[in-house]
Design a protein around this ligand. Sequence first.
Ligand SMILES: NC(=O)N[C@@H](CC(=O)O)C(=O)O
Ligand SMILES: [Zn+2]
Ligand SMILES: [Zn+2]
Length: 344
Amino acid sequence: MTQITLRRPDDWHLHLRDGEMLRAVAPESARHFGRAIIMPNLVPPVVTGAEAAAYRDRILAARPEGSGFTPLMTLYLTEQTDPADVVQAARDGIVTAVKLYPAGATTNSASGVRDFDKVRRVLDAMAEAGIPLCVHGEVVDGDVDIFDREAVFIDRVLDPIRRATPGLRVVMEHITTRDGVDYARAGGDTLGATITTHHLVINRNHILVGGIKPHYYCLPVAKRESHRRALVEAATSGDASFFLGTDSAPHTDPAKESACGCAGCFTATNTVSILAAVFEAAGALHKLESFASLNGPAFYGLAPNEDTLTLRKGDPVAYPPKLNTGAGPVTVFDPGFPLHWRVD
Ligand SMILES: NC(=O)N[C@@H](CC(=O)O)C(=O)O
Ligand SMILES: [Zn+2]
Ligand SMILES: [Zn+2]
């Protein structure tokens, strides 16, 4: 196959940041994607419906002329979140989902949740109103090894929450393990999982072998190769539980290339070409549309995009290694292999 046309993909987990960074990265996502679930972990975080509405306006203003890219906003769940504000913001069409960060789990998560009982009323209201909860699924306990944090979160936090709040629609964001794949697959139609582009490509060796590679460091951290293979198997299976959430998370080079570097891979620029390579290598190009364009909208109760995107195979596509932003240079994720699929 040398050409494939799919419904325009969506990105169900995206960081656009704010200010100069937003202005530089928004066009990178708007080029290929129809919609994106926008992460609320700004400084300070997007906590209320009014803040989400204002942030949405800033994103719309950062789109290139004529772009139809639609940001789908989320609220950052805190122990002070007002259930009525969440429900109202969803009813008003401002907010599509709520994001749960365990406090301290990742970039800008300090305002996240420590005591899950304190958000019980919000979760009950969300279950009742059908508002999805997007979850960064890692425990933060110092005694849990960083490579085990996802599996332990499923047992200690996620499964108890889902049992206590039946009907709550949950997205396990950026799963990185076979444990995550298995739990999502068995979870029925109230449970979905996003998989990032980079976790389909790298394992922990990419970060650590031959010198430390800060641009491959993200959270949850990439796991061993058998887990990466489980993710590829899940993404390319066509199973409706799994859909694309790039987690494209720009940080400037100085913030990444540091004695204490930030977590996040910036993949917005070349994600679609990388995904085509991954799916082709798995003999599953015909499943790319399910993963990138169909399963996500189905979970969120939305129609797929009307328009399409065509990829053609040819000579390697050159992507700029860095995006220059007003906030500083941002390194574009390097998959480590040539990309032959060009988006028309
Ligand atoms: N994935 C990351 O490594 N970083 C994300 C936060 C997140 O999605 O956990 C970021 O905001 O930089
Ligand atoms: Zn996260
Ligand atoms: Zn993220």
